[in-house]
Ligand binder design. Structure first.
Ligand code: GLA
Length: 382
C-alpha cells in the first residue's frame, strides 16, 4: 500500500471538508490462473496486491453527498434518494451503484463525502473497479454501522457492477480485493464463495506483470456475451453451471451448439481443471508444471475463448521465447490490460526491458512493467 496515496486523499479531504476522515485502502488483484471460470461457479486463484484505491470518507451534515475522484480531478454531488446510473463508462457509477445496492438491502445511510485515488490504471485487468466498490461499501459500513459481513459487502460490490456499471461480472475480483492475505493467493471456489489460502513463495522465481496499456472497446459487451453463451450451454446440459460439466458431457451436445460456443465451453471446463492442477503444482513447488498450465491458459483464452488481443499475444510470445519465463498469460477479462509472467527473479528486469523495447518497436507505444507484492485485503488505515 502506498503511504503517499493515503496521505494524498487524507490531505485533500481535510482541505475540502474541514474534518477528519476515516481512511480505507482497498487493493487490486492478480489472478494466477482460472480466468472466466468464476461466473461458471468454478475455481479461480487470485491474490490481492499492494496497489489499489485509497479512500477518505466521512459523514456529512449537508443535504447532498459528494464524491471526488482525485486522479480525474472530477467531482460530483448526488442525493441518496435520487440515484440512477450515469452514462456508461462514468466513474461515479461505481460509487452510485454501491450506495444504491446498500439501500436495496434496506440499510439506512446518511449523506457522506468521499475522496479517492488509485495507483492501478483502469483497464489493466487488475480490478481497480472492484477495489473502488469495496472501498466505498467498506467505508459506509464503518461510518453508518451497517453490520455487513465481508461476504455481504462483496455481493453488494458485485451487484453495483452488474446494475450500475453494466458488467455481469463473477465474484473473483471483489472477493480477492476484500479477503486478500499478505503473501498468499486464494484458491476460491466460486460456488461456495470460500477459499483456501496458499502461501506463495516461488523461491528464485516471481510473478511480474506487463501492462499493454490498451483497453479495446466493446470489452464489456463481449464479456456479457460470453457469460450468456456459457449459461445457455449449461442449460442445454441440464446443469447449474459449466463447473459441473466434463468434456465428455459437452460432447453429447456438440451438434446442438455452434463450434464457437463449443470451444468456449470446452475452454471453461479445461481452465477449471487447470486451476485445480495449478493448486497442486504450487503445493508441490512444481513451477515447471505451473508455468506450463499458465501458458495453456493463455492459449485457450486466445484461440478458444477469444478474449485476448494482438498486444497481449505479442507479450506472451515474447515470454515464450525467453527460457527464463516458465509461464505467461493474459490476466482478467481480456481485450487489453496485463500479462502475468512466472519468471526467474534474476532475469525479470532484463526480460521487462527487452519486452518493452520489442513492444515499442511493434506497436509504437509503451507497455509498463509492474512488480507486485501479495497483500492484505480491504482495510482501515490508521
Ligand atoms: C473480470 C471479471 C471477473 C472475472 C474475470 C475473468 O475481471 O470482473 O469476475 O470474470 O474478468 O476471469
Amino acid at each position: 500500500m502506498s503511504a503517499q496515496l493515503i496521505n494524498d486523499v487524507k490531505t485533500t479531504f481535510i482541505e475540502t471538508f474541514k474534518t477528519d476522515p476515516i481512511l480505507i485502502f482497498s487493493p487490486g488483484r492478480i489472478n494466477i490462473i482460472g480466468e472466466h471460470t468464476d461466473y461458471n461457479d468454478g475455481f479461480v486463484f487470485p491474490a490481492a496486491v499492494d496497489k489499489g484505491i485509497a479512500a477518505a470518507m466521512q459523514k456529512s451534515d449537508s443535504n447532498v453527498s459528494t464524491a471526488y475522484a482525485m486522479d480525474k480531478d472530477s467531482h460530483i454531488e448526488f442525493e441518496l434518494d435520487k440515484l440512477k446510473p450515469s452514462a456508461q463508462g462514468s466513474w461515479e457509477n461505481y460509487v452510485f451503484g454501491v450506495v444504491a445496492e446498500i439501500q436495496n438491502r434496506n440499510k439506512v445511510i446518511g449523506n457522506f463525502n468521499i475522496v479517492f485515488r488509485g495507483d492501478i490504471p483502469g483497464g489493466a485487468g487488475m480490478s481497480s473497479s472492484a477495489a473502488l466498490e469495496n472501498s466505498v461499501v467498506f467505508g459506509l459500513n464503518e461510518l453508518f454501522d451497517l453490520g455487513l459481513t465481508k461476504h455481504d459487502m462483496i455481493l453488494i460490490s458485485q451487484k453495483a457492477e452488474h446494475n450500475y456499471v453494466g458488467v455481469k461480472c463473477g465474484i473473483m475480483d471483489q472477493y480477492a480485493s476484500m479477503f486478500g492475505i499478505e503473501n498468499n493467493a486464494l484458491l476460491l471456489d466460486c460456488r461456495t464463495v470460500e477459499s483456501e489460502a496458499y502461501e506463495i513463495d516461488f523461491k528464485d522465481h516471481e510473478l511480474m506483470l506487463i501492462n499493454t496499456n490498451v483497453k479495446h472497446n466493446l470489452s464489456d459487451s463481449a464479456y456479457n456475451d460470453r457469460r450468456s453463451a456459457c449459461e445457455s450451454i449449461a442449460e442445454l446440459l441440464g446443469i447449474k453451471a459449466l463447473r459441473d460439466a466434463t468434456e465428455a458431457d459437452l460432447d453429447t451436445i456438440k451438434d446442438k451448439v455452434t463450434s464457437e460456443n463449443y470451444q468456449k465451453a470446452l475452454y471453461v471446463i479445461q481452465e477449471n481443471n487447470r486451476a485445480e492442477k495449478a493448486s497442486k503444482a504450487i503445493k508441490e513447488n512444481d513451477l515447471d508444471t505451473l508455468g506450463a498450465l499458465i501458458f495453456q491458459s493463455h492459449d485457450g483464452l486466445q484461440h478458444q475463448y477469444k478474449v485476448s488481443c494482438e498486444e497481449l499475444d505479442f507479450l506472451v510470445d515474447q515470454a515464450k521465447a525467453n527460457e527464463h519465463v516458465l509461464g505467461a498469460r493474459m490476466m482478467g477479462g481480456g481485450f487489453g490490460g496485463c500479462t502475468i509472467n512466472l519468471i526467474a527473479k534474476s532475469e525479470a528486469k532484463a526480460f521487462g526491458e527487452a519486452a518493452s523495447i520489442a513492444y515499442k518497436n511493434k506497436f509504437n507505444k509503451a507497455c509498463s512493467v509492474y512488480y507486485i507484492k501479495l497483500s492484505q485485503g480491504t482495510h482501515l488505515v490508521n
